[in-house]
Design a protein around this ligand. Sequence first.
Ligand code: GLU
Length: 432
Amino acid sequence: MDAMDTRNSAPPPDESTHFLNIIQAQIARAARLVELPEHVASILSQPKNEIIVNFPVQMDDGSYRLFKGYRIQHNNIVGPYKGGLRFHSDTRLDECKALAMIMTIKCALIDIPFGGSKGGVKCDPRALSEGELMRVTRRFTHALGSNIGPEYDIPAPDVGTNAKIMVWIMDTFMNTAGTTGRNAQTRVVTGKTLECGGSQGREKATAQGLVHCLTEWARDKGTSLEGKTALVQGYGNVGSHTAMILSRMGVSIVGVGDHTGYLLNPEGFNTHRLADHVKKTGSIQGYTTNHSATRDEFFSQKADIFIPAALQNQIGEREAKLMQVQLVAEGANSPTMPEGEAVLLSRGIDIIPDILANAGGVTVSYYEWVQNGRNESWELEEVETRLEHAMKRAYRRVTNYADERSCSMRDAAYGLALLRIKQIYEQRKIFP
Ligand code: GLU
């Protein structure tokens, strides 16, 4: 074989590259649906900037470790780059690219003036002490330098990060900014603690937004959520808050799962007690010895609603064939693979796609950013009213467009987002 011929020897794409290809293909499909000009589709097929940093951190035992961090800025035609930071041992470049693309589409769909970005640090935050976690966060922020900023790129929590970490980022950024401008920097991140400039309602915002979608879905079916049953995969911020809000509304959470395993209980779990356990111990493990189940048993469990709220690519063809639910509402980003989606839709199972179902988080991030900019602090009621309006409006637009174009809700949601981006490119054109 010719030494330069690599056609048959290219390594198979890894999981994160496959994830990126799925999102690129989804954008390309929606681009055809809305007749997006070729040059705009090609701009959106890649991120604008890909920042990779390697930075040293001193560990508690005195040794030094080099960490790798990413910030991918996909598009900022609608407004500043916006998106979460993920601390996870599997964080990869292509994963961040895919997630940044999802953010561009999500912000355009929910109609907030932000573009899309995503980033993270390849690390296991559970294996770090509090001090190590803080030093990783601060050195990462320092390494990113002016690649983030309150009018440029605004991080937020995601898998493995939280309000405490956002406050460390804010503090580091403020302390390295020029003395006189320091106090204008608080909105360099959103999802902060209330005391340090966070917004009322931000912590549960993603879950609350998802529940608004569920309410609309039930209304369209001529029913209500009360008395329904649900399975929740992932018991972090999104999963636990969704479970708690739903149980208060009379929905029984009959199954939960996380990275340590799965639990099933036909009587329904005490979602608040489980959330306390997870807060204390870091996982659902050890909550009860009675109800453990396998992953297959969890996916096969009959219920009304399935809420994936963990990582991407959880529902493939196999899982989709097992599932016995009426609806999948995507709390996680991209939990359903295309093969899984095809099976679900052919079986008449509805899907509320991630960019709609979990848009409540970034929507309240936007409210936080606005409040910080105006030195205001809104009441919880105001945040909740605005969020409900934004979610229900987006839900209606997506279902109407899906009916009009006879397409899936995912294609409709992507299509509507691309229409907004298309109009801006048409008017602004390409510089120079
Ligand atoms: N990480 C969340 C998401 O995937 C929130 C992002 C944000 O608030 O900027 O939508």
